[in-house]
Design a binder for this molecule. Structure first.
Ligand code: NAD
Ligand code: TYD
Length: 339
């Protein structure tokens, strides 16, 4: 079985490749990635020489390149992780989000139709459901919660989801969609909350918490996410959406304090900065469907996963130090200097 994994040089895609090559040693994985600022070939170093792995640098929006790859590989399955994924960047400049996240998904699905791919799996996000109020802890996102987006990022992901369902209904494309909560773990780009706070704390730099830091996210350890996608590929129903997450809600401020504690750094590093525009208050997933149909539940408790993650960043300093010493500095200045 050949699986094309798009965006496999990024955070979740790379973890998925590692997971699949271990859990399903008979499968062949072809990673298609444009290597944007978020893609890092060094992340894939450990699998690069495997005979059942191939890396191809290409843009999912490039129809010719995508067609050529599908003609060569005749994939059975396509899992689409490739995306512009950072909300703050989408607020600064939405255009590339619409191109990659919507049009790129269309290009991939057109190729899937042409080459009769048996499954197109779209990796989506719980952010398509908008947010929940803090004073209603009884509310959770289910697969039937209406789509109601806040940021250009989430609007682009929701648009792609609608297009995926349209390709299923109109052309009979065999699709599945997963909508997961916030992932954390090894190889996450240090623009996102957890790795940014770990890297800053280790460098004794201020820890920029947006607003009061009371926003709640439902944290999903990346390996649990990869397992869930594998289960959906094996047993998920065509044309269905599966939410992935649950039971790990945390406030931003508590996470940042926990990171300070684990690293032995003072909480005085915490700096409250101007809030994100349109900032979603709370995300919380009800995983009943994926649990009932596929037997999946998150296995990693946040208290354990965060310690594993901090240890990984401590043990792999060259990986993130190289990132934060390059172009990232310009990004950081632009986003945080006047915040
Ligand atoms: P990431 O930003 O770490 O990685 C994205 C990868 O996609 C990079 O390797 C990048 O080079 C590649 N890419 C970007 N544009 C491309 C293009 N046009 N063509 C080919 N490759 C391209 O993202 P991530 O955090 O690993 O997220 C992966 C997927 O999961 C995304 O679709 C994202 O929307 C979704 N998601 C992420 C989270 C999270 O917490 N990180 C939560 C919910 C959903
Ligand atoms: P992020 O990791 O960007 O994920 P998302 O926006 O998809 O949830 O942010 C997680 C939360 O952390 C979000 O509420 C915004 C907040 N945050 C900060 O307070 N400071 C930061 O520097 C960043 C990057 C995020």
């Amino acid at each position: 079985m050949t699986i094309i994994v798009t965006g496999g040089a990024g955070f979740i895609g790379s973890n998925f490749i590692f997971y699949m090559l271990k859990a399903n040693p008979d499968c062949r994985i072809v990673c298609l990635d444009k290597l944007t600022y978020a893609g890092n070939l060094s992340t894939l170093a450990s699998v690069m020489k495997k005979p059942n792995f191939r890396f191809v640098k290409a843009d999912i929006c490039d129809r010719e390149a995508v067609d050529r790859l599908f003609a060569e590989e005749k994939p059975d399955v396509v899992v689409n992780f490739a995306a512009e994924s950072h909300v703050d960047r989408s607020i600064e400049d939405p255009g590339i989000f619409l191109e990659t996240n919507i049009l790129g998904t269309q290009v991939l699905m057109d190729a899937c139709r042409k080459y009769n791919v048996k499954r197109f799996h779209q990796v989506s996000t719980d952010e398509v459901y908008g947010d929940l109020p803090l004073d209603r802890p009884d509310l959770f996102f289910t697969e039937t919660t209406p789509i109601h987006t806040s940021s250009p990022y989430s609007a682009s992901k929701a648009s792609a989801d609608l297009l995926v369902m349209a390709y299923h209904r109109t052309y009979g494309l065999p699709v599945t969609i997963s909508r997961c909560s916030n992932n954390y773990g090894p190889y996450q780009f240090p623009e996102k909350l957890i790795p940014l706070m770990i890297a800053n704390a280790l460098n004794d730099k201020p820890l920029p918490v947006y607003g009061e830091g009371l926003n709640v996210r439902d944290w999903l350890y990346v390996e649990d996410h990869c397992k869930a996608i594998d289960l959906i590929l094996r047993g998920g129903k065509i044309g269905e959406v599966y939410n992935i997450g649950g039971h790990n809600e945390m406030r931003n401020i508590d996470i940042v304090k926990l990171i300070c504690k684990e690293l032995g750094k003072p909480e005085t590093l915490i700096t409250h900065v101007t809030d994100r525009k349109g900032h979603d208050m709370r995300y919380a997933i009800d995983p009943t469907k994926i649990h009932a149909e596929l037997g999946w539940l998150p296995e990693t408790k946040f208290a354990d996963g965060i310690v594993k993650t901090i240890r990984w960043y401590l043990a792999n300093r060259p990986w993130w130090e190289e990132i934060v010493s390059g172009e990232y500095q310009n990004y950081y200045r632009k986003m945080y200097e006047t915040r």
